[in-house]
Design a protein around this ligand. Structure first.
Ligand code: SF4
Length: 499
């Protein structure tokens, strides 16, 4: 059930049914929703689950709906999953029993399947090669067919409505004498994006899909190893960053050492999600050899060259656009300042806001600094506009605080196509730039002017390698063929309507 915000048309969900009693976002931001964070740890001297917990802590920005850890002491795999933030999902009493020197962890935002405990990861499954647990970041676009095949061939009963459980069962039943052969079978049969961590009784693995859409990196820690979605997790754990995994690469770590194999069938195309550099990844992470913070500053500088604005002050929408705003200001020679203060603790809550609080919308999240912005011609830098539901409210908040003019600059190209690789964006009908000209968007958001970064400019900033990145949500050029309108709840629909 949902209600419509009269001011901007944003939908607010009323918590009913299976979602009741689960923490809900207090406000629904107009950003692509992060995907998931994964971590795998081999800690020969210690309790790997504890290290995985702190690794997940550093990856919390990638998913806040549920968290889980699976560990092995060489004899059996133990697992704990729960809803909520990492700190809500784990207490000392839930972490302590996860014994062993190996562990994997996962923090989830749902891109396939709804937010409920049965969809929390890692998944623990049993197949012909014994038990394994798997945590997955990404989206399989042929999950429905794979699941039907696994059900009919092996008689598996799926307990969740996610594509990650499909990947877990596929790997657990893949033919082959070695993990290298079994992973190769999965690479041949799975279409889509996946960076996965796997826990078997005797080993951990990090696996990246053949296009390398989602990040996954390797670090060295105190005689052991860590694999994580982003390098910021390695930094927080005191691990040494070694490198990003290659597309189609599997790193397997067992008590004998570390092994790496790359699937021979991979094609040369690489397609790292460029949105990781724009918005998802933490600015202190390294992706594809680039420090995200520096890349965002460079995007801001390029935006200033392409879309200059006359103003007195540049501000960024905190926190994700801050680096780009600084880059813009430096390039164009206009002073930069904070202009909005973000309440960092607005997140998920069990308490439903009343209508008056709903009407406040973004005001619950951002508070302007009138002494800084009053009477000024503002250049406001944001990282993206998806549906265009939040931006008008930010513009009106800034005007109420005294801004004389508002020139909106967006550090990404217009989003015109949905994502099929693990990012919850919106349907094409909902994307404001898919259905409106830039001038129409400018009017809808109430800005004095609006300018976006170009696709060419973006790709030049991130390395100019046209084929090295996925930029499909801007260009419609998907790195693999997709069915344009996919439904993230497809595996929850009755079987006869899943095609
Ligand atoms: S479509 Fe956009 S969000 Fe999705 S993987 Fe490609 S660049 Fe990233």
């Amino acid at each position: 059930m949902s209600s419509i915000d009269p001011a901007c048309g944003a939908k607010y969900n009323t918590i009913v049914g299976e979602m009741a009693g689960k923490p809900q976002p207090l406000i629904f931001p107009d950003h692509p929703r992060e995907e998931c964070g994964v971590v795998a740890v081999y800690a020969p001297k210690g309790h790997a689950a504890r290290v995985a917990f702190f690794g997940l802590f550093a990856l919390q920005h990638r998913g806040q709906e549920s968290a889980g850890i699976a560990s092995s002491n060489g004899e059996s795999i133990k697992i704990h999953t729960s809803m909520g933030l990492v700190t809500q999902a784990f207490r000392e009493e839930s972490l302590a029993p996860l014994e062993g020197d190996m562990a994997i962890g996962h923090t989830r935002y749902s891109t396939t399947g709804s937010s409920k405990l049965s969809n929390a990861q890692p998944f623990l499954v049993s197949g012909v090669h014994g038990q394994l647990a798997l945590g997955h970041n990404g989206n399989l676009i042929n999950a429905v067919n794979l699941r039907k095949e696994l059900e009919s061939k092996w008689g598996y009963t799926f307990t969740s409505s996610t594509d990650s459980e499909v990947l877990a069962y596929l790997l657990a039943s893949a033919p082959g004498e070695t993990w290298e052969e079994r992973v190769a079978y999965c690479m041949r049969n799975v279409q889509g994006a996946f960076s996965a961590v796997v826990q078997t009784k005797d080993a951990i693995m990090g696996i990246k899909d053949p296009l390398g859409v989602r990040p996954l990196c390797l670090g060295k820690l105190d005689g052991g190893w860590v694999i994580a979605s982003e390098s910021c997790a390695l930094d927080h754990l005191g691990a040494e960053y070694i490198r990003e995994l290659e597309p189609a690469e599997t790193v397997l770590i067992d008590r004998e050492g570390i092994h790496s194999f790359i699937w021979a069938g991979r094609n040369k195309r690489r397609a790292l999600c460029v949105f990781e550099l724009i918005y998802f990844a933490r600015p202190d992470s390294r992706l594809d050899g680039q420090q995200v913070y520096a890349t965002r500053r460079a995007m801001g500088a390029r935006l200033a060259q392409e879309q200059p604005a006359e103003g007195d002050l540049v501000i960024g929408i905190p926190d994700s656009a801050t680096a780009a705003a600084m880059g813009y200001a430096h390039e164009i020679g206009i002073p930069y300042s904070d202009g909005l203060v973000k309440n960092r603790y607005v997140g998920r809550t069990f308490i439903e806001p009343d209508q008056r609080l709903r009407d406040l919308g973004v005001q619950l999240k951002f508070n302007p600094l009138p002494d800084v912005i009053s009477g000024k011609r503002l250049v406001v830098v944001d990282d993206s506009i998806v549906r265009g539901t939040t931006t008008p409210r930010v513009v009106s908040l800034l005007r109420r605080a005294g801004a004389k003019e508002i020139h909106m600059r967006v550090c990404a190209p217009p989003i015109r196509w949905p994502c099929h690789f693990g990012v919850d964006m919106a349907t094409r009908q909902e994307l404001i730039a898919a259905n409106n000209s830039i001038k129409e968007i400018e009017q809808k958001i109430g800005a004095d002017s609006l300018g976006y970064l170009s696709v060419e400019g973006l790709l030049e900033v991130v390395g100019g390698r046209q084929n090295g990145f996925c930029h499909a949500c801007f260009s419609g050029d998907y790195p693999i063929p997709v069915q344009l309108e996919m439904d993230k709840l497809v595996l929850e629909r009755p079987k006869e309507s899943q095609d």
